[in-house]
Design a protein around this ligand. Structure first.
Ligand SMILES: NC(=O)c1ccc[n+]([C@@H]2O[C@H](COP(=O)([O-])OP(=O)(O)OC[C@H]3O[C@@H](n4cnc5c(N)ncnc54)[C@H](O)[C@@H]3O)[C@@H](O)[C@H]2O)c1
Length: 328
């Protein structure tokens, strides 16, 4: 944009600090707020939740109309992402939508079209790629020091039990179970570390009697490369999250507190602090894209690809685990 005098003016929604309009003031929103407080270039301008006591504005339209909201941050149940993102984009606001991007690839495509039409940034919150151990592992694998990757597997728990939000158990709001809720993180991490998105999947899922969402899933992601990603997601109170990358010249092990590579501890952090920091890095990266026009660290198509993979997991599981192509 240029003024009459020919001086370049910034995009009106690229001033810093960028004003965030948070929609959904639940668990992850607290993390966003804590992270935003550590980033000079963003500030929380407004919050809307269906619970009025958690809101600073009366409704979503008021949040969209708020003069200091530059980026709408969607931290609501999965099935709400699509429509709210489309409305935010149509109102000319940038969008940061929590993972999974939407509950269907058609929904993701609609969001992408709305953002493109409005010329706004659409950022999917697959922020685990911002973790220090994921970044270090990616750099080590790219350096070639460990040689070719031979095997890749990830095991991850998620607790489906008392205290979890009711919508987690409702496929109409969650879009599915553990695969939608945390599987997208595994898919994103594998895509980052293996350097490509999966092209096919074979999986089985388990749904407890009387439940409507799967609480565990096992399977394999296939890439355009010999290596595959074995994954297992299950429900347990105890948190477990391990990624093992076996290479020709050593093994990389990512756990909740860091990275061991070739038997050496190369990254070590406090898990809770690093979790908040991953959101802060995401905000810094978002600012670089919105304000400076930097290449986004996640493209909307990557959010869509993760959802397409979950759709293929469900299609495979319905057919007793046959290999299914991923349509992204
Ligand atoms: N990136 C991560 O590591 C991470 C971690 C946790 C959750 N998440 C994602 O964040 C999103 C929210 O998850 P959560 O665990 O915070 O859930 P939550 O249930 O704790 O919070 C959701 C909030 O949305 C509110 N809400 C519901 N309907 C609404 C509406 N129509 N308008 C406004 N507010 C509404 C609820 O009242 C609640 O406060 C999900 O997409 C989830 O997958 C991401």
């Amino acid at each position: 944009m240029s003024s009459e005098a020919g001086v370049q003016q910034p995009h009106p929604l690229s001033r810093t600090p960028l004003g965030l309009g948070l929609v959904g003031a639940g668990e992850v929103a607290e993390r966003h707020i804590a992270a935003a407080a550590t980033v000079d270039d963003v500030r929380v301008a407004a919050v809307y939740d269906v619970r009025p006591e958690r809101s600073t504005v009366p409704d979503f339209d008021a949040l969209l109309a708020h003069p200091e909201v530059d980026v709408v941050v969607l931290t609501v149940p999965h099935a709400l992402h699509e429509d709210l993102a489309v409305r935010a984009a149509a109102a000319g606001r940038h969008v940061l939508v929590e993972k999974p991007m939407a509950t269907t690839t058609a929904g993701c495509a609609r969001m992408i079209a709305a953002a493109e039409a409005a010329g706004v940034v659409l950022w999917v919150g697959q922020q685990q790629r911002q973790f220090a151990h994921v970044r270090a592992a990616r750099d080590l694998l790219r350096s070639g020091d460990f040689g070719a990757i031979l095997r890749y597997r990830e095991i991850r728990s998620n607790h489906y039990g008392p205290g979890r939000p009711a919508w987690f158990f409702d496929p109409g709001l969650a879009g599915g179970g553990v695969s939608m809720l945390v599987g997208v993180h595994t898919i994103d991490r594998a895509s980052i570390l293996l350097g490509a998105a999966p092209v096919a999947v074979a999986a089985t899922t388990q749904t407890p009697d009387g439940w409507r969402i799967e609480t565990s899933a096992d399977g394999e992601l296939f890439f355009d490369a010999p290596v595959t990603c074995h994954f297992r997601w299950y429900s347990a109170e105890a948190f477990r999250h391990e990624t093992t990358v076996e290479c020709e010249r050593g093994t990389l092990l990512l756990d909740p507190t860091g990275l061991t590579a070739g038997g050496r501890r190369v990254v070590e952090f406090d898990a809770d602090r690093e979790y908040t920091e991953s959101f802060a890095r995401q905000y810094r990266a978002l600012v670089r894209t919105v304000r400076d026009g930097a290449e986004p660290e996640i493209r909307p198509a990557e959010g869509l690809a993760a959802v397409a993979t979950v759709e293929a997991i469900y299609a495979s599981a319905q057919r007793q685990g046959v290999r299914m192509a991923i349509n992204s």
